[in-house]
Design a protein around this ligand. Structure first.
Ligand SMILES: Cc1cc2nc3c(=O)[nH]c(=O)nc-3n(C[C@H](O)[C@H](O)[C@H](O)COP(=O)(O)OP(=O)(O)OC[C@H]3O[C@@H](n4cnc5c(N)ncnc54)[C@H](O)[C@@H]3O)c2cc1C
Length: 385
């Protein structure tokens, strides 16, 4: 039996061909660079451009803007295969989310200007929602975009922003009307080139995801044209963010699945090789049971992810179901990373072994993209209507 049951609910011949080329690209260009990115705290711009050239970020973008015009299965493959290499540095997930914001709500001018650059990897994107005083409670954000003639003046700060150290384009959630609660939030595009008043903090030192330049961002009277508003009217930001949640949350679930697949593969190799008491660690009943449990959890989860992607492709994935994929995936990812590290013994604690990094990387999956407590709240709301 192969280690993985492949996705089968939605995969076409085109998806299979795409998977082959994504895997080849990652084998050649990602796996050999993971350590280097972790050490440098950032993914090289060259890699972004190579990924663009390889066409792996264009899956569901229409051909008009340089994409393939496919479905969300393509984006899912790019995410899953990345995670299956053991990489957590490359911030494609956020790039993809920004691409979808633009694709869905952007004006023709915004799409023409940014989509080709984003899918070619010539521009790197961030999505800046969280602030020092507002994370789960997004309505409480304080960053403002005040209309001032034919411009907005942006003031405030954001924290924990993935790709923040290198982003060329930032989608900023800001209040265009401070008195209107959620209805006062808008999304605006910030082109970081020549943006007076915009600055980045030093990359944050994190427990995991060490190869991503997660940063704090500051806006001090930054002027942006009114045409950088995403959508046709102000106050749509909260609605736009909520509508994109199914993809953002499923993406975290898919990432969990890929990371688990990689960790299990590494752990199986390790326990088949390592010996104690005259036999392989694999031969100990505890090891066999732990791996059997992990494998069962993974396959049950894979089936759910498979179904979620199929629904996403049809536009039928609701936010509560996607929240289940995020919550459950990140939960079992953390449980399985812990078991896999344990089976490595002391070597599992040493950074030379990928499992130690993957253990640390897994932790944030329960926190970002909406914490798992918020996921449970959303799921509960769908039950108690
Ligand atoms: C590595 C990393 C990358 C990130 N990338 C991005 C990014 O690219 N863009 C971005 O905008 N943000 C990003 N974030 C921020 C992330 O989304 C937030 O940290 C997260 O939403 C939680 O917000 P908070 O940290 O303010 O925690 P808080 O909201 O202060 O929550 C603290 C605790 O209280 C719990 N809690 C809060 N409200 C409730 C409730 N109603 N019911 C039950 N429990 C509750 C939370 O679950 C949590 O356990 C990133 C964070 C990290 C660590």
């Amino acid at each position: 039996m192969s280690l993985y049951t492949p996705f089968n609910k939605w995969v076409t011949d085109e998806h299979k061909l795409f998977t082959d080329s994504v895997q080849k690209f990652y084998n050649d260009e990602m796996s050999p660079n993971i350590e280097d990115w972790v050490n440098k705290g950032v993914v090289s711009k060259t890699f972004w451009e190579k990924a663009g050239y390889a066409g792996i970020m264009s899956g569901s973008v229409s051909e008009e803007y340089g994409g393939v015009g496919g479905d969300m299965g393509f984006d899912s493959i790019t995410v899953y295969e990345q995670s299956k290499t053991g990489d957590s540095s490359w911030g494609y997930g956020i790039q993809s989310i920004v691409i979808h914001y633009l694709n869905e709500y952007g004006t023709n001018e915004q799409k023409s200007e940014w989509l080709p650059k984003l899918i070619e990897g010539k521009s790197i994107a961030s999505l800046a929602m969280t602030e020092p005083g507002a994370g789960s409670d997004l309505q409480a954000i304080k960053t403002t975009a005040k209309k001032d003639g034919n411009q907005y003046t942006l003031n405030g700060s954001k924290i924990f922003i993935t790709n923040g150290g290198s982003a060329d384009l930032i989608v900023v959630a800001a209040k265009t009307d401070q008195s209107a609660g959620a209805k006062g939030i808008s999304l605006v595009l910030l082109d970081t080139k020549n943006a007076d008043g915009f600055s980045r903090g030093k990359p944050l030192k994190k427990l995991g995801l060490k190869g991503n330049d997660t940063a704090e961002l500051f806006f001090d009277n930054v002027k942006i044209p009114l045409t950088n508003l995403i959508g046709n009217e102000e106050g749509q930001g909260f609605y736009q963010m909520m509508n994109q949640l199914p993809w953002e949350r499923l993406l975290i679930g898919i990432t969990a699945l890929g990371a688990i697949d990689f960790a299990l593969q590494e752990t199986i190799k390790y326990v088949q090789d390592r010996k104690a008491f005259g036999k392989r660690i694999m031969d100990l009943q505890n090891t066999r049971f732990k791996l059997a449990e992990a494998k069962t959890k993974t396959e049950v989860f894979r089936s759910f992810v498979n179904e979620c992607i199929a629904r996403l492709i049809k536009g039928k994935l609701d936010a509560a179901t996607a929240s289940m994929a995020k919550y459950w995936g990140s939960q079992i990812q953390n449980e399985i990373m812990d078991e896999c590290l344990q089976l490595h013994g002391g070597y599992g604690y040493i950074l030379d072994y990928p499992i130690s990094r993957m253990y640390a990387d897994a932790r944030v999956q329960k926190i970002y993209g909406g914490s798992n407590e918020i996921m449970k709240e959303l799921i509960a709301r769908s039950i108690d209507k």
